[in-house]
Design a protein around this ligand. Structure first.
Ligand code: MG
Length: 386
């Protein structure tokens, strides 16, 4: 899979928003604008790493806005936007992405579809930008305000972000353009001789600049929620002598589940169900078994992380339903304890967490006591437009 980094530029001081804080840190539907933006990239399975360029004065604001999101360490920006982007790109050298999307922090409505369009076109082109058509007639004026020409507006577009690039090409272009002052990254690419291809932009991917933008954004965030359902399924092998973690608790048993993490099959199925409800990939994508960080890891953090991502994109968990399939141990005596533990992990009332268990009548691998399977359903409320 290609490595695709998202570089979110949040180093600006933009005070036009009419707030005391830089606009990317002001509140939008209960969370900083920047958090909405970062969360959308973190939840997109096509994006493999997310980094943010921040102003040195904003470290505390950033830490709060980015809490618990899976991000690369933040990068301190420079004197101009162009400097900040270049420093951000340099910081990605260790990660060595194939492609990079450079995005304004103040565009929190970047959609999965738009990211798809940019990434698809990047298969053919070294540089891709989303543009919107002009709806008003364009006039060229002299210094006195007199119209001197009416250019054909169909030949013009309004550039948005994310702007996508082959990583090596845009890094070289930014290094070459160092010290000049250009208003977006596409022009840096143009100056370096790269072909910049356009794709259709998204009118909702608005840059929040004025108080009017802010009002629009609040209304946009508060549109009716839609109900989504995700399902998850997982199996782990039973092995003698291991501790048995199931549903976030340990259960006394001769055998335990074997796996890279604590192998809590129930929490894994629940994590996949939550991720599935907003099409955010699966547990293996967010916590690769190849990553030594997750060796022996407690699985409650996987489930908590899925819920954090869901909330960060404006979603809300409303119900979980879990079925554990095994011959032994008997789950009945632990059902309530498991439900309470799951409710505590995800922050739901006990009445919205259902835990069930079944045997498979001695049939199959569960019947032969070779492993335990779990199946889960998550119901979530998601703001329309995600
Ligand atoms: Mg698993």
């Amino acid at each position: 899979m290609a490595r695709t980094a998202a570089l979110v530029v949040a180093a600006g001081r933009g005070a036009r928003f009419g707030a005391h804080q830089p606009k990317q840190y002001t509140d939008l539907a209960g969370q900083p604008v920047l958090r909405h933006t970062l969360a959308r990239f973190c939840a997109d399975p096509q994006i493999t790493a997310v980094a943010c360029v921040i102003h040195p004065d904003d470290r505390d604001l950033y830490d709060e806005a980015a809490a618990s999101l899976p991000l690369l360490p933040p990068v301190l920006g420079g004197a101009t936007r162009q400097d900040s982007v270049r420093l951000g790109l340099e910081s990605l050298l260790d990660y060595a992405p194939d492609r990079v999307l450079i995005h304004d922090a103040a565009r929190p409505f970047v959609s999965r579809d738009l990211v798809d369009r940019v990434l698809s076109e990047l298969e053919q082109s070294p540089a891709v930008i989303p543009v919107l058509p002009l709806v008003d007639t364009l006039k060229q004026m002299d210094t006195t305000g007199r119209v001197v020409a009416t250019p054909d507006r169909s030949q013009f577009g309004r550039a948005q972000t994310p702007q996508g690039f082959h990583f090596a090409g845009i890094l070289a272009a930014h290094r070459a353009a160092c010290g000049q002052d250009m208003t977006d990254d596409a022009v840096v690419a143009e100056k370096a001789g790269l072909t910049v291809q356009t794709v259709a932009g998204d009118p909702d991917n608005r840059k929040l600049t004025t108080p009017a933008d802010r009002e629009w954004a609040e209304a946009r965030m508060n549109r009716a929620a839609s109900v989504r359902v995700g399902n998850g399924f997982d199996v782990h092998r039973l092995e003698a002598g291991l501790p048995l973690w199931l549903g976030g608790i340990t259960i006394p048993h001769s055998h335990g589940l074997q796996g890279h993490s604590d192998a809590d099959v129930a929490l894994h199925a629940l994590t996949d169900a939550v991720l599935g409800s907003f099409a955010a990939g699966d547990i293996g994508l967010h916590f690769p078994p190849s990553d030594p960080r997750w060796r022996g890891a407690a699985s409650d953090q996987f489930l908590r992380h899925a819920v954090t991502l869901l909330r960060a994109v404006g979603g809300q968990l409303s119900h979980l339903d879990l079925t554990i399939m095994c011959e032994a141990p008997k789950i009945g005596p632990y059902r309530q304890a498991i439900a309470r533990r799951i409710a505590a992990i995800v922050g739901l009332p006990l009445g919205q967490v259902s835990v069930k268990a079944t045997t498979t009548e001695g049939l199959g691998f569960t019947g032969r006591r070779e492993g335990i399977a779990a199946q889960a359903t998550a119901t979530t409320l998601l703001k329309v437009g995600l």
